[in-house]
Design a protein around this ligand. Structure first.
Ligand SMILES: CCCCCCCC(=O)CC(=O)SCCNC(=O)CCNC(=O)[C@H](O)C(C)(C)COP(=O)(O)OP(=O)(O)OC[C@H]1O[C@@H](n2cnc3c(N)ncnc32)[C@H](O)[C@@H]1OP(=O)(O)O
Ligand SMILES: NC(=O)C1=CN([C@@H]2O[C@H](COP(=O)(O)OP(=O)(O)OC[C@H]3O[C@@H](n4cnc5c(N)ncnc54)[C@H](O)[C@@H]3O)[C@@H](O)[C@H]2O)C=CC1
Length: 719
């Protein structure tokens, strides 16, 4: 809807009304068409102001309408009618003007923004392009390079930057609507020809071809297979090289291709899934809307290694006081330096003062006695962690939440070391903790809803995408990684190379394939875990074939590399070779290839040709199958939780929506059929055996993802 009123005698005021973000639904578009017509036909009205209610101009097209039969007046002619009006139209921009909202404002003759407003064309992040003239008007207004930047990245700019770029005409610290009404009065009756952006010639930089080639190359590299950024460049190129009307045709044509693409569906799914995961629930019925978090003002971090340092930075940047505890003098000194450096660099980027004085350091765990919440990040060693939790339970004042950053250990077992297990949850950050967006909040059977709510809220405050998950080895993300990596190892045994496997996964859209990733994080990490699990004794345990452990197929390849001191980047050798320890550029290693040949010969394995399809199917479907098991076990409440964990924590390409969404896109029947096929070929690999939830979903006609919860509920009720 749009409300119409006449203010100050001669100004028609149109207020967009569609909470919470005044998205341009069919009703809003109809309201704009009607009210603009009314204002233009009222002789008492000399100028018009368009604003949005509740302090937000407009969040763009109504994304919820995209999947449905779109009715109502289309945006393009509506914006044209505004631009063609013979009375000045002023956009009063408060809060946000995004996507179609900014395109509407670009159709107006003037734009006035509040100093706190944010503007942008984020369509590319939804797999689209600004198809209501945005790709044609913006370059005409601010030039090709700046428009390309905004349109291909989708980044939001502040009002100050928008003013500097020339997107808005004025910025105010006071009431934007008052300023816009005053301004509208001052320009009433003035000629408008020079204010219609579509009539501007598009500035043509002399090196146009080189400019577009450079941008296209950059965009293709960072897009990792996403098609929308490429289409955005093509649309802006049309603005720079063709008359406006033809440019609009090109914009429409490109949008039509994007609009129906699977990528747009995946990205729009991610938009809503990202928000849906904050509405968490636990199997015992506790939920986000009935569980009140407790405020956290002061927190402690125990252990200042890789993770503790990042967590300390993230907490301090959020405005909390932090007590940072590290027992080793040398580590403490290094940590102080590293944390200060990270804070200073971050503050410089954001143009604020570094939060150095919010942190106090100590070697004595007694220093945490009066904090509201503790995050333990000592070595991944159950014995050590148990001791730390026992200490915390006796030192901290009653009611303190005790959290662990363990990546796989049993949170409930740690909780049992304290007098108040209900106050214990996992807060599983990802490295580097002050940068990575994902936080898994792990609840055990005894964690209280308030502890979960508090950790979730703290995560949100830190700018994380927090996902609440149940307690099991590896939780969600690392549990699913196990079958994925296992398949990659098996593929090497069967004839693949690390290069082949990584290439297939990187072409799929992962920033790094499994072996490059493993070299980066250190092969010794997994080795230690496998040793702890009794898997990686040198040589086969007596009476067992070398490649069988605990009754199932096992690949000792990773262990054999570690035995040679090949820990990855840190030692300059791993699945690849590096110029020197710590170097990042992975090079193919002939040693590794002959090592693989020798290994196969020793075990009587005959290398066969493996193609990309097999790599993707075996690695990804094994991972997805585990995702279904996680849903079946109730460890994740819904597929969106798993998908956001993979998108934000594991580099799953966002334009493929996350593993569970991807399974739906491929077709559950196909995933099931391929898993069965591979399981028949490898009956000693339990991860390839399709799980019962997948069978159940296929038997129920492969319902769309938003209906999976019903099937899961039924499955649980029958158990
Ligand atoms: C051939 C076909 C031709 C079609 C032509 C289309 C041409 C186009 O030009 C296409 C477009 O406009 S696409 C839309 C572009 N706009 C955006 O991407 C902005 C999305 N929204 C935001 O960034 C933040 O919500 C924002 C910054 C606005 C506010 O952030 P907050 O943190 O304050 O609030 P959120 O929690 O994000 O959002 C609150 C609730 O509003 C829902 N929502 C937000 N934007 C929406 C939108 N544009 N459409 C529909 N719903 C939207 C959001 O889901 C959330 O809902 P709940 O989770 O239920 O609370
Ligand atoms: N490194 C990673 O990528 C990730 C690690 N994690 C988990 O985070 C935890 C920490 O891992 P990292 O930071 O990598 O380990 P790290 O080895 O870099 O650091 C551990 C630190 O804890 C200190 N420490 C040991 N005992 C202590 C005690 N009693 N009191 C205070 N400090 C003590 C050590 O001196 C060391 O500085 C582990 O549980 C790990 O599984 C979780 C996510 C990712």
């Amino acid at each position: 809807m749009a409300k119409y009123s006449r203010v100050s005698g001669s100004v028609g005021l149109i207020t967009l009304q569609n909470p919470p973000v005044n998205a341009l639904s069919a009703a809003v578009r109809q309201g704009i068409v009607d009210t603009v017509e009314r204002a233009l036909s009222d002789p008492k009205v000399k100028s018009v102001v368009i604003c949005g209610q509740n302090g937000i101009f407009c969040g763009g097209a109504d994304i919820k309408e995209f999947g449905s039969n779109m009715s109502g007046p289309p945006l393009v002619p509506m914006i044209h009618a505004i631009e063609a009006a013979n009375k000045p139209v002023v956009a009063a921009i408060e809060g946000s003007a995004l996507g179609g909202g900014l395109e509407l404002a670009l159709g107006c003759h003037y734009r006035i923004a509040h100093s706190k407003a944010r503007l942008g064309l984020p369509e590319v992040t939804l797999g689209l392009l600004p198809a209501a003239g945005g790709t044609q008007r913006l370059p005409r207004l601010i030039g090709v390079p700046a428009a390309l930047d905004l349109i291909t990245t989708g980044r939001h700019v502040t009002a100050a930057e928008a003013l500097q770029l020339g997107v808005v005409d004025q910025v105010t610290d006071h009431s934007t609507v008052d300023a816009a009404v005053k301004f509208a009065q001052s320009v009433a009756g003035k000629p408008l020809d020079a204010r219609r952006i579509s009539t501007y010639p598009c500035p043509r930089p002399s090196d146009l071809d080189a400019l577009f080639e450079g941008v296209m190359e950059k965009v293709r590299q960072s897009a990792r297979g996403a098609i929308a950024p490429v289409a955005c460049v093509q649309a802006v190129r049309a603005a720079a090289t063709q008359p406006y009307t033809q440019g609009m045709e090109r914009e429409k044509e490109l949008m039509a291709t994007l609009f129906t693409s699977g990528q747009a569906r995946a990205l729009q799914y991610c938009f809503f899934a990202q928000r849906a995961v904050s509405r968490w629930s636990m199997p015992n019925g506790a939920r986000w809307d009935t569980s009140k978090p407790r405020p956290v003002h002061k927190a402690a971090v125990i252990g200042l290694g890789t993770m503790g340092r990042g967590i300390t930075v993230a907490l301090a940047q959020t405005g909390l006081s932090v007590i940072a505890v590290e027992t080793q003098e040398k580590q403490l000194m290094e940590a102080k330096q590293a944390v200060s450096g990270m804070l200073e660099r971050g503050a410089k980027r954001r143009g604020v003062a570094p939060a150095l004085d919010r942190i106090s350091y100590s070697r004595d765990i007694q220093a945490v006695a009066d904090v509201d919440l503790v995050i333990e990040a000592v070595f991944e060693d159950m014995g050590l962690k148990k001791k730390v939790f026992q200490q915390l339970a006796s030192i901290c004042r009653p009611g303190t939440f005790l959290c662990t950053n363990t990546s796989a250990l049993d949170v409930d077992h740690l909780a049992s070391q304290t007098h108040n297990p209900e106050l214990v949850v996992g807060m599983h950050f990802f490295a580097p903790a002050h940068v990575m967006k994902l936080l898994e909040v792990v609840y055990g059977p005894r964690s209280s809803p308030q502890a979960v709510a508090t950790a979730m809220q703290l995560g949100k405050k830190m700018g994380k995408i927090s996902v609440a998950v149940g307690n099991c080895p590896g939780f969600v993300g690392n549990r699913m990684l196990k079958p994925y990596m296992e398949q990659a190892f098996f593929l090497l045994e069967e004839g693949a190379t690390p290069e082949l496997v990584d290439r297939a996964l990187e072409e799929f859209g992962f920033p790094m394939g499994v072996f490059r990733m493993s070299d980066l994080s250190g092969l010794d990490v997994g080795w230690r875990v496998r040793k702890g699990d009794g898997l990686s004794e040198p040589g086969a345990p007596s009476g067992q074939p070398a490649r069988i452990r605990q009754g199932r197929r096992y690949s000792p390849l990773g262990d054999l590399l570690c035995e040679q001191g090949r820990f990855g980047q840190k030692t300059g050798r791993g699945w690849y070779q590096y110029n020197k320890p710590g170097s990042r550029v992975a090079r193919s290693d002939p040693w590794l290839h002959s090592f693989l040949e020798g290994y196969r010969a020793r075990h009587g394995l005959v290398a066969r040709r493996i193609d990309n399809q097999e790599v993707l199917e075996r690695c990804l479907y094994a991972l997805i199958n585990e995702g279904f098991r996680i849903l079946e076990d109730g460890i994740a409440a819904g597929p969106e939780d798993i998908d956001m964990i993979y998108v934000f924590g594991y580099g799953w390409p966002r334009h493929r929506g996350g593993p569970m969404f991807y399974a739906g896109m491929v077709g559950l029947g196909k995933v099931l059929e391929r898993l069965e096929h591979y399981h028949q070929a490898h009956p000693d690999v339990p991860y390839l055996k399709p799980c019962s939830l997948l069978w159940r979903l296929v038997a129920s006609g492969s319902p769309p993802l938003h209906k999976w919860r019903e099937v899961i509920k039924k499955l649980h009720s029958q158990l």
